[in-house]
Every structure is written in structure tokens, then in C-alpha cells.
Design a binder for this molecule. Sequence first.
Ligand code: SF4
Length: 466
Amino acid sequence: MPIRFERLSPERVIVANTVGDILVLTQVEFERLIALDLRPGDGLYERATERLLVAREGARAPLQLLALRLRSRMAFLRDATALHILVVTLRCEHSCPYCQVSRRNTGAERYDMSEETALLALEVAMSSPAKAIKLEFQGGEPLLNFPLIAFAVEAATRMAEVKGKAVEFVIATNLALLDDKILTFCQNHHIHLSTSLDGPADLHNRNRPRPGGNSHALAAAGIQRVQEFLGRDRIGALMTTTDASLDRVEEIIEEYVRLGLDGIFLRPLSPYGFAMKTRWYDGYDSDRWLTFYERGLRHILDLNHRGIRFPEFYASLLLQRILTDQPIGYVDLRSPAGIGIGALVYNYDGKVFASDEGRMLAEMGDQTFELGTLGKTDYASLVTSERLIDLVGGTLSQTSPECRSCAYEAHCGADPVYHHATQGDAVGIKPLSGFCSRQKGILRILIETLERGGRDAAVLRSWVSR
Ligand code: SF4
């Protein structure tokens, strides 16, 4: 059967089939597999047959099973464009040096989205095939234009009812402007909140300056208020790893536990927006980040052993890919890539982008991922535009150099925006790609932990069964 492999050490090799079932073999076993030196009853034959790495000549059932499982894993294509991001303002009262969006100062109302633009965005969103739509409000700081959010939520609720769609709302906010009126609105419309939390106060405030230097205090108080008012499951937080975070992963995780958050997403800094302008991305090396990640995962596993249920969310996504055939909603871990067909972004000025990072690149003068302008286009023209088809079709990991023979391909994704931003080429030269080295590093850590079995593997498995 078609197989891919990756050497873990001179003596151990990971072998994977087309849907990512994995077997870790010794060099001797690997040579026997390649030479088809296998016999029923020798153990290796059974392990390799069960993982669909070998099949009897002419047997159709294993191929049909692989095809069926591949179709399940690709089911996200049937529900095109479930995520729609409305950038309701570029204004922000923070001035984070690593900011991935192009913020403007708080007085510049001309950077706010109008009601007319919001309605045009909602019409496009409601025309996408997905039956369940997620609308995410971003900025800048979106609460600076809260009246527009309230208008869009009410309009979207009415439109979704007419179209027979389910609609879910998320506001991505730093929580500094949260008040009871906003909380009541969120309660009445089942809105989720997503915030930024980079760790303990000194680290967070250094990463996220605002007048008064109180970003952490406001975020922590906001998290607590949302938990009390709306419920613990209605607030999540995202962190960004800066150079100053790299030696402090345990403290960052403990801060999340202290604030009652239900897990953490250990994220690297992305090469977009102000992170590039302010050169915070320079010298940011994936090996150092991987050490940070591995230490963090160790700390999280130990917390779980002490009875604190606390997953690392990126590992959970990858484990779902490794241990099940369920498609995942995360648009950066897909091939075909999630740009446009997984998410669309509507900027405050009506420009439509294939991804949030594509919008950030446009603010830096690179329009590669701009698909059109609201009012002059519709959903079908956006997702069938030649530009998008070229970008999605030209970057499939299933056929890209290096990826097509990579043992991790079934669990990875094409990330055309990252590779375009860092290498000027949407496919990218994977041996030089930070995305690729992080993926290989994390997948290797997870696969080796699962292989070793025991308590750590049991915790990783429990994050998926949830
Ligand atoms: S990006 Fe790297 S890890 Fe991912 S499939 Fe391609 S070669 Fe493999």
C-alpha cells in the first residue's frame, strides 16, 4: 500500500499510511516491511496489515476502507466556509508591539465598519453552504464599536432564521472595555468571548502596553466577570509566545490555571502585522519555541496527573487527527487549505480576504490574499475566484514537494499565507519553514508519547475522547 516514513533515530522509523495510521518500527522491521518479507503469524505482518500499510495483492477491501476513511477526514469540504470574521474597527487602546493587526488610535472613527458594510458581509456569510455559521467580531478592539456588533448580531439572527442556519457568535476582545450592558447583551444572545492572556502580570503588561499599564489587571478582572456572569465555558483565552515568554512556560500555564481557564493554546508568534514592523519576529527560532512547547506540555501532563483536567489545545487538535478520522474545524491544519473555503474575513472598509493573516499582509502592502470588495461580489465569485483556486489548488500538502512523502502529512496542513509571508512562495521550501519544523517537532513528541504508553499517553487520549 502507499506508505510514507520518517526516521526518528538511526534505529527507529515512523511509517504512516495515506490517512495517517502510524507504526513505529525498528530499522530491521522497516527493511522487512519494504522488502515485503512478512508472513502471517510473525507479528509484523499483523501490525502492518491492521494499519493498512500492506495488503494482499489484488485485495480491494483495504483500498476501499482507505478511501472511505479519507472521505470522512475530508468532510470539512462539504460544509464550506463556516467561519466569517468581521473586522468591526481598526481602533485599539492597546499598542502591542507584536500586534498582528493594523491598529489605529482610538479617536479615528473612520476605521469603523458601517452598518451597510456589515449587512453586505452578512449576506455573503449566509450564502455559504455551511449549515452552522460562526461569526467572529475582531478589531482593533471590537468593543470600541460595540453598537455595530449589536446591530450585526441582531441582523444575523434574523437572517439565519430565514435561511435555516445555526449561527454562533464570538467577540475577540482584550476585555478592557467590558461593562454590564455588554455582558447582558452577550448573555441574551449566547455570545462567547475570546481574550488575550500572555501570562503573569509583568510579562503580559510588557507584551501588551496600554495607557495606565493595567492590561493584565483588566483582562484578569474581565475573565472573572464573564465566568461569574455568563459561565466558565463562555470565555477562552489565547496567548502569544514572545522572546520574553520562552523561559517562563510553567508560570504562564499556572496563570491560566489560577484564573480558572479550561486549557491553554501554546501558540508561536506569527510573522504578520506589527510583529514584523517592530522586528519582534527577528531571530525567533523554532528550536527555542519547540523547547518551550515540550517543557509546557510536560508541565501540563503533570497537572493532569495531579487531577487538574487541563488540555493543551493544539495537541488536542493534532491528537484528534492522529487518533480519529473526524475532520477538525481549525482552518490552519487543513489541505486543501482553509483560506476562503474555511474562513472569510470582511475588513471594516468592505474588502474581503481569504484569511485573517491575509488581511494583515494587505495592511503591509501585500494584496495576495484579497479576494474582492463587498457590494461588487458575492459568495460564489469569492470562492471560485482564480486567485483563490490557484492558491488552494497549488498548495495541497498531498502533492507538494517534501509534504507528499512526509509521514506526518495526514495530520498537517497547507499554510499558504505563512509560507507566502516568510518565503515569498505559497508552497514554501519545507526544510526551511518554521511551520514545518514546529509541526514535525510537535507531532514527533505526541507520537513518541503515545508509543511509550502509560499515564502520559492516557492523558493525551483523554483530551480527544472528550
Ligand atoms: S509541512 Fe512539514 S510536517 Fe507538514 S506535511 Fe509538509 S513536510 Fe510534513
